[in-house]
Ligand binder design. Structure first.
Ligand code: S3P
Length: 173
């Protein structure tokens, strides 16, 4: 049994949700998907939350959801791509578990999320140039929060899951 939480952070399409499910299954723990919790809490899709209330409001709800999740221990948490933008969220995650950054090249991200329309941050900007620019802007936030960095390009979910487990075991050793 895990005695800490694992927070998966990273850009949209870096694989957080899929890896969180796989990792939690392997570790026999629960899994929390922050975006799904925000949607359930507000009873509307993320695009509608952005349209009706704006990004700051979304970020406030996201922070509340994060605090609620960490009342539970032993969870694998798939964070939203922008959760690390608030320092308070990062401090909170560090106090309550280990932070794992999943990375992917902009080209890989585009391949994974190019058809999706439920990410307001990327809607209307679904191209490699924009993804590269936004990734660069966020790079410091991701890198400074991360305790472990796992590149996901050209790896299977099983490989990524295994890599995280092996690396996290070293933390405990
Ligand atoms: C966001 C990422 C999304 C979601 C929202 C904002 C971001 O989560 O929280 O659309 O600012 O990067 P995913 O990374 O799970 O797509």
């Amino acid at each position: 049994m895990l005695d800490y939480n694992i927070f998966l952070i990273g850009f949209m399409g870096s694989g957080k949700s899929t890896v969180a499910k796989s990792l939690s299954r392997k570790l026999g723990t629960s899994c929390a998907e922050m975006d799904e919790m925000v949607v359930a809490d507000q009873d509307m899709p993320i695009t509608e939350i952005f349209d009706k209330h704006g990004e700051e409001y979304f970020r406030d709800v996201e922070s509340e959801v994060l605090e609620r999740i960490t009342k539970e221990k032993h969870m694998v948490v798939s964070c939203g791509g922008g959760t690390v933008l608030r320092k308070r969220n990062v401090d909170f995650m560090k106090e309550n578990g280990h932070i794992v950054l999943l990375t992917a090249k902009p080209e890989t991200i585009l391949k994974r999320v190019g058809r999706s329309t439920n990410r307001p941050i990327l809607n209307g900007h679904m191209n490699v140039e924009y993804i590269t620019e936004l990734m660069d802007k966020r790079k410091d936030s991701y890198m400074s929060a991360a305790e472990l960095i796992v590149a996901t390009d050209d790896k299977s979910i099983a490989e990524i899951t295994e890599e995280i487990i092996v690396e996290l075991e070293k933390f405990d050793a």
